[in-house]
Each structure stands twice: as C-alpha cells, then as structure tokens.
Design a protein around this ligand. Structure first.
Ligand code: NDP
Length: 329
C-alpha cells in the first residue's frame, strides 16, 4: 500500500471550510482494526455537497470526505478480514465523523466492511456505490410493503441520477412497468435503455400538490423530496407505498395526510448510513441478482481521482448522468 498517499482533506478555519489536496501517511489515519488500500471511490450527491465546502455533513475536522470506497485489505487485526480480501464500505459515518474514501488508504472498523460480492469487481461496486445500494434498499422496502408488478406501475423520480438510474434498471428487471421522471428530456433514450416504459417531465411532478390526484402508480422510489414527493404521494394508488430516499429538490414535504388515511398509502423512509449489516448484505446479494452489469456499465463513467472536485460540482448542479467512479490508483 502506498504511504505517503494522496488524499483530500477538509479543515475548518474561522468558520470556513477549506478543501485541500494533501499527502498523508498511514500514521495519519484514524483508529480502526482494518487498513484498506483504496482502489476505487465514487461521487454521490452528498459528496458533491461536502466538496463544495459548505455542507453540514462533516461533523469533525479535519476530515477526509468520500462516503464510500472499495479496495483490498492491507492489514487487519479483525478475525473476519485478512490481507488481500476485497471489501466495500459505505456509510457508518464516513466523511461525517470518520475519514472517508477520498484517500488511497483507509483505516476503519472491520464491523463496517462488507466483503466484495463475487459478482462485482471493486470498480463495479463503486459504480453501484451508496446511490445504487440505496436504490436497492428502496426496492426491498417496496417489496416488504407488498408492492408487486401485477398491481401497477412504479415511478422513479430524479431518474437520470445515480439512485434513479439503478432503481429504474432493477425495477424493470423485476418486471415492473417503470415510469421515469426526469428534468432532462434528452435522457429519454438512456432511461428507456435502462428499462423505463414511460418518461414524464420533472415539471409535471413539481406543480403545487393537491392532497389527492388521479391514481397513477402503486409504488415509487423518490430521490427528490419536496413538492415532487408530495405529488408522487397524491398519485399513488390505493394500498401503495413510496420509498423516500433523497432531497435533490428540497428537504420540505408540503403534503397532507389524505394519501395515508384515504388511500392507505405508506411512506417508507430509507436511510443507508446506519442500516444494520444483515440488510446491507441482503441489498448487495440482491444487486448481484437483479442489476444487469451491462446496464450498470452503460450508466457509469470512470474518472481519475484528480477530477473529483469538478465531478462534485457537476452532481450538485444535476449534470451527472447515472454514476461516476473514481479510479484511486
Ligand atoms: P444525483 O445528483 O445523481 O441524482 C439526483 C437527481 O435528481 C438528478 O440527476 C436529477 O434527475 C434530479 N434533480 C436534481 N435537482 C433537482 C431539482 N432541483 N428538482 C427536481 N429534481 C432534481 O444524486 P444521487 O442519485 O446520488 O442522490 C439522489 C438523492 O438521494 C440525493 O438527495 C441524496 O442526498 C439522496 N441519497 C440518500 C441516501 C440515503 O441514505 N437516504 C443515500 C444516497 C443518496 P433528473 O435530471 O433525471 O431529473
């Protein structure tokens, strides 16, 4: 493993955050029982916010950002991991309270690590990343709420983004009729290639929400929040369920109780960060089964670590299609 190695470090001075390229050694890393040579990371929406230097996500300074990484164990005193094991990690406070994936080395608690599923290379695991794993958590939540393809269509909002692209591909493979909502009409062919049956304009779901509207879908994966989520709820059919996993359009939720008490609709909250290990492993197993690697490749672009900051700006501006992998080597 490289030491010194390249990293990004966020420091705080006079209430302003400074984002710098630095060289560190393994002695600079935080405590943990497994040290990993990081080969790949990725750019999620939250990473874009953190790289912008104004996000409340970081709760300890200095901090290495990057909410996820994949790599190879270099050193371990944890009985479950040995040098050479390929691993993937997301959440558990990376980039918030513990040094994250934007470094060529990481030291973490072995209890946070997932052994890389044999179906995926480290690059593919990061093509999925937190965004894709969260999309799978949303799909699992819909399944638990008895949302099945025979009952109707599902809508995916922010469809051309990371969570959205994986959700579209997985739901289509599971046999759902997928309605994809996007603000980028030029991505229609892309979304159809992932399996979307119908494209609707983002603006359609951004209007002032009514308590109830025409029933259009039995389920939803929403990464937008705000008025979009309110409109999605208003158009969810009797007994349906909506998995809320994001806030790309805003953190508010201007809705009423009408969908819940008049149509029995359920709102399912999705948090990927603190998700217990058994559900994580289930999500990765299901991704191995239900996400076509050819579709994953078609939604993914790989860039060198040096370009991470520009990708961070792009994702916050809604300019990234699908997923971005960082080659950290
Ligand atoms: P992306 O930026 O890749 O995708 C978000 C998509 O939302 C965009 O591509 C765009 O899709 C749409 N969008 C962007 N801005 C707006 C806007 N102002 N109004 C309406 N739609 C908009 O991000 P990710 O997929 O990585 O993350 C999506 C959301 O999910 C984020 O809010 C993120 O924080 C959250 N998230 C939550 C997790 C959890 O644990 N709950 C884990 C991972 C992500 P289009 O152009 O197709 O309209």
């Amino acid at each position: 493993m490289k030491s010194p190695f390249k990293a990004i470090l966020i420091t705080k001075q006079d209430n302003a955050q400074k984002v710098e390229d630095v060289e560190l050694t393994t002695a600079d890393l935080m405590d943990g029982d497994v040290t990993v040579a990081v080969t790949h990371s990725t750019v999620n929406y939250k990473d874009g916010l953190v790289l912008g230097g104004r996000s409340p996500v970081v709760r300890r300074f200095p901090m290495i950002p990057g909410i996820d990484f994949a790599g190879v164990v270099a050193d371990s005193s944890n009985p479950n991991f040995k040098p050479g094991d390929a691993v993937v990690l997301n959440g558990f406070g990376l980039s918030e309270t513990h040094y994250g994936g934007y470094a060529q080395a990481a030291r973490v608690k072995g209890d946070w690590l997932v052994k890389l599923p044999s179906a995926f290379t480290p690059a593919q695991a990061m093509a999925i990343g937190t965004a894709g794993y969260t999309a799978m958590l949303a799909v699992l939540a819909l399944e638990d709420a008895h949302v099945t393809p025979d009952k109707g269509a599902v809508v995916v909002t922010g469809a051309a983004g990371g969570v959205g692209s994986v959700a579209v591909a997985v739901l289509a493979k599971l046999g759902f009729r997928v309605v994809a909502s996007t603000g980028r009409p030029e991505e229609e062919a892309y979304l159809k290639s992932l399996g979307a049956a119908e494209i609707i304009a983002r603006a359609e779901l951004a209007a002032d929400p009514k308590p109830l509207a025409k029933e259009r879908w039995i389920g939803a994966v929403d990464s937008v929040g705000s008025r979009t989520l309110a409109n999605v709820l208003a158009s969810t059919s009797y007994g349906g369920a909506v998995a809320a996993c994001g806030l790309a359009g805003g953190m508010d939720l201007p809705t009423s109780v009408a969908p819940f008490i008049l149509r029995g609709v359920s709102l399912l909250g999705i948090d990927s960060v603190q998700m217990p290990m058994p559900r994580r492993l289930q999500a990765w197993e299901r991704l191995a089964r239900d996400l076509d690697v050819s579709k994953l490749a078609s939604m993914t672009r790989t860039i060198p670590f040096a370009e991470v900051r520009r990708a961070g700006q792009d994702i916050v501006a809604g300019r990234i299609r699908g997923r971005v992998v960082l080659d950290m080597r």
